[in-house]
Design a protein around this ligand. Sequence first.
Ligand SMILES: CC(=O)N[C@H]1[C@@H](OP(=O)(O)OP(=O)(O)OC[C@H]2O[C@@H](n3ccc(=O)[nH]c3=O)[C@H](O)[C@@H]2O)O[C@H](CO)[C@@H](O)[C@@H]1O
Ligand SMILES: C=C(OP(=O)(O)O)C(=O)O
Length: 418
Amino acid sequence: MQKIVVEGGRPLNGEVRISGAKNAVLPILCATLLADGPMTLRNVPHLHDVHTTARLLAELGARVGDGGPGVVTVDPTSVHSQVAPYELVKTMRASVLVLGPLLARYGHAEVSLPGGCAIGSRPVDLHIKGLQSLGAQISVENGFIKARAERLRGARHVFDIVSVGATENVLMAAVLAEGRTVLENAAMEPEIVDLAECLIAMGANISGAGTGRIVVEGVEKLRACEHSVVADRIEAGTFLVAAAMTGGRVTLTHARPDTMDAVLDKLKEAGAELDCDDDRITIDMQGRRPKSVDITTMPHPGFPTDMQAQFMALNCVADGVAVMNETIFENRFMHVNELLRLGADIRIDGHTAVVRGVPRLSGAPVMATDLRASASLILAGLVAEGTTTIDRIYHLDRGYENIEQKLSGLGARISRIG
Ligand SMILES: CC(=O)N[C@H]1[C@@H](OP(=O)(O)OP(=O)(O)OC[C@H]2O[C@@H](n3ccc(=O)[nH]c3=O)[C@H](O)[C@@H]2O)O[C@H](CO)[C@@H](O)[C@@H]1O
Ligand SMILES: C=C(OP(=O)(O)O)C(=O)O
């Protein structure tokens, strides 16, 4: 099995290009099922999750093509199956996002319940309730969500709690429903805005995406369009933390600082100098040790849970003591035990971790448990004395494009073996 090897101790310097966002491209790939012709997506990151979604679309009958670097084409006009099988859905939770589009377009769909994931139980009850509000008949049988509706009807639906995936699934169903849908307590993440922008370019009538109230006037059909995927704010945040931890100076290009307020504020609090324009962010730490920062994860525009592990790595070597609360997922401290192996001082009490910064970490063999946990271990390895070897890096390939090459380009000593 492949591993990543990091030799710590080098400040990062230079420029790195940020890729398209995993969490935007996955729902948008599912949304292509709604089009009446071939869609062209640009700024598509080369990620394992993108490959899995492409395989799922192909399994349904869509023609998925490679249009050159960062370009994927999907022609959904040849779709002949509305069944998303367990073998593909189990590897990636976002594949449940074909449910809304298939139901809206074909009047029925069978999607395997997504498999469990290391960060928490991750049910799909909110997706189901939202689609039921639009008139779908839904049952869960033999591990499949079976949904049926001759034509969905617009309705007012209030989500019990804020869910990114449920908002996306119900939004993609509502665009072809009859009449008006109002989604209250909707998720406000930038990836929802990107999905809505793509759907609008396809002819959907949507207002309010990016706020807690999304209004959709259903249309009869959607056309094909071209769409460029928004920059990955979590990848961008990960590189900024890497620069902050190593005391370096790094410029991100093709980024979207306007989607990252909470993370940028925390980096400033940690002592970073930041200079942003429309699509570039420069962070300069001038060799300083970061200061500890308290974190409470929240739905957007709060601090993203997908950056919690990376900021924990920063707090491990920062000056001071940080209190970190994880409010979104019940089991998202799996990286803590591995950071302890590198010499960190962390105590967990329920959903709270107290991190006491230490002057130095020391390299060790560690094991990645999920995507952002993997990133946090690389970050810790960049500042640890000696060699850190990270096992189970397949998690990393789900969500980071060429991370070793990008970090090497900034001066890190990092390689993949095996
Ligand atoms: C592909 C993608 O975009 N993944 C992101 C998405 O995941 P995802 O869409 O799965 O996350 P949600 O926003 O749905 O989850 C938020 C909370 O709601 C709960 N919940 C969710 C759905 C449901 O039907 N019932 C329920 O109880 C979850 O267990 C969790 O506690 O948003 C998360 C929260 O920002 C991010 O960490 C993930 O990176
Ligand atoms: C948890 C994440 O992704 P997913 O929802 O795809 O598992 C993530 O991107 O950090």
